[in-house]
Design a binder for this molecule. Structure first.
Ligand SMILES: CNc1nc2c(CC[C@H]3O[C@@H](OC)[C@@H]4OC(C)(C)O[C@@H]43)c3nc(N)[nH]c(=O)c3cc2[nH]1
Ligand SMILES: [Zn+2]
Length: 372
């Protein structure tokens, strides 16, 4: 009988790992990409669409769902799985990032963070315990601790003080929901900015606490790709090898490949769904923007190598027309394709690790995406 949090590694290829993570709503095959469903929905897609494209897990967000419709309202409806009719695993972020990135007006103290609602300006307070209580109400399979994601360029002294508070908050989150006290598992979040010694310090402090997994926070906050990869390759291989590693908010197709090569197992990013809105589509030959005039009478599919509903049923000419006409269907068909592309890339990565050809797969996409 497998327990939520069990993590079994089946194969490795360099630092890359092919594993299975057990949750209360089923097993997750890693490496994995997690579509972002901030408000309990992956914008414009139905649960059926997501199951068709084999999305194994989606993300929800404490900050947004607490403010609207209310985590208590969701709890009274049986939790987020029932409310959104999503039967597979859900991971919820703690809201730390949203408070620190979306809010100018906020007060940070040892106790927690005070902020104003972006909806009606009302005042709210998140303590580590409150952030966990909200995720308990939502019933997510994987909960994230409340942390401070310091901004790009934060100085070393501030970054150090912040990571120490984040560790104290992490401990309070774990004490508030001890391991095994329910079917939900909890990940710690490594901070430390762009200082390698502080990253190691954050990890050393967190590994003392009994988390079922560890995330790398504080990246994809405006740094260069080189700076991100530098920290990634420094800290990921040092994280507990017998537990899942989650790189938060990352990234492009090349970032996913780079992250896997550094030993990362889980990724989330708004890019595939956000880019769908502005017509930037990911294909096996690189990125294209569907609004370009060259596609006006192009009767070929978006991506000849893609098996998704959009590519099997529509031409570039029609997708361009929908985009130019600002039709709702444009957003839905573009999102469907972009997420399918990301999920299919992860499927190829899992197979490549199993048969020891990960380096070749990475080189193929680096060539196709070289032009950026
Ligand atoms: C884009 N770059 C980026 N995102 C980050 C996140 C948030 C990740 C969440 O925010 C949304 O992406 C913007 C996603 O949709 C929901 C569902 C809201 O959850 C995802 C982070 N979260 C926490 N707790 N701590 C971090 O240090 C952190 C760092 C990040 N860097
Ligand atoms: Zn497609």
């Amino acid at each position: 009988m497998s327990t939520p949090g069990d993590f079994k590694i089946h194969a490795t290829d360099g630092e890359a790992r092919r594993a299975t993570l057990t949750t209360a709503h089923g097993d997750i095959q890693t490496p994995i990409f997690m579509p972002v469903g901030t408000q309990g929905t992956v914008k414009s897609l139905t649960p059926l669409d997501l199951e068709e494209m084999d999305a194994q897990i989606i993300l929800g967000n404490t900050y947004h769902l607490y403010l609207r419709p209310g985590d208590d309202l969701v709890a009274r409806r049986g939790g987020l799985h029932k409310f959104a009719n999503w039967k597979r695993p859900i991971l919820t972020d703690s809201g730390g990032f949203q408070v620190f990135s979306l809010q100018e007006i906020r007060k940070l103290s040892e106790e927690g963070v005070e902020f104003r609602s972006y909806i009606d300006g009302s005042k709210h307070f998140f303590s580590p315990e409150k952030a966990i209580d909200i995720q308990k109400n939502l019933g997510s399979d994987i909960m994230m601790v409340l942390d401070e994601c310091v901004g790009y360029g934060a100085d070393k002294d501030y970054t150090n003080k912040s990571l120490e508070m984040t560790t104290r908050w992490a401990k309070r989150c774990r004490d508030h929901y001890p391991k095994g006290s329910g079917g939900q598992i909890m990940f710690g979040i490594v901070q430390g900015g762009f200082y390698k010694d502080l990253r190691e310090k954050s990890l050393e402090q967190l590994r003392e606490i009994d988390f079922e997994g560890f995330a790398i926070g504080g990246l994809s906050v405006g740094e260069s790709t080189k700076e991100m990869y530098d920290i990634l390759h420094h800290i990921a291989p040092k994280m507990p090898s017998d537990k899942p590693r989650y790189l938060m908010g990352v990234g492009t197709p090349l970032d996913l490949l780079e992250g896997v090569s550094a030993g990362v197992d889980m990724f989330d990013c708004v890019l595939p769904s956000r880019n769908a809105r502005n017509g930037t589509l990911f294909t096996s030959q690189g990125k294209i923007n569907i609004k370009r005039a060259e596609f006006a009478e192009d009767d070929s599919p978006l991506d000849p190598e893609c098996g998704c509903y959009t590519c099997r049923n529509f031409t570039k000419a029609y997708l361009r027309h929908l985009y130019m006409a600002k039709e709702l269907l444009s957003y839905r068909l573009n999102t469907y394709h972009n997420l399918y592309f990301y999920l299919d890339l992860m499927k190829q990565i899992r197979a490549a690790i199993e048969n020891g050809t990960f380096a070749e797969l990475k080189a193929k996409y680096e060539a196709a995406y070289a032009k950026g």
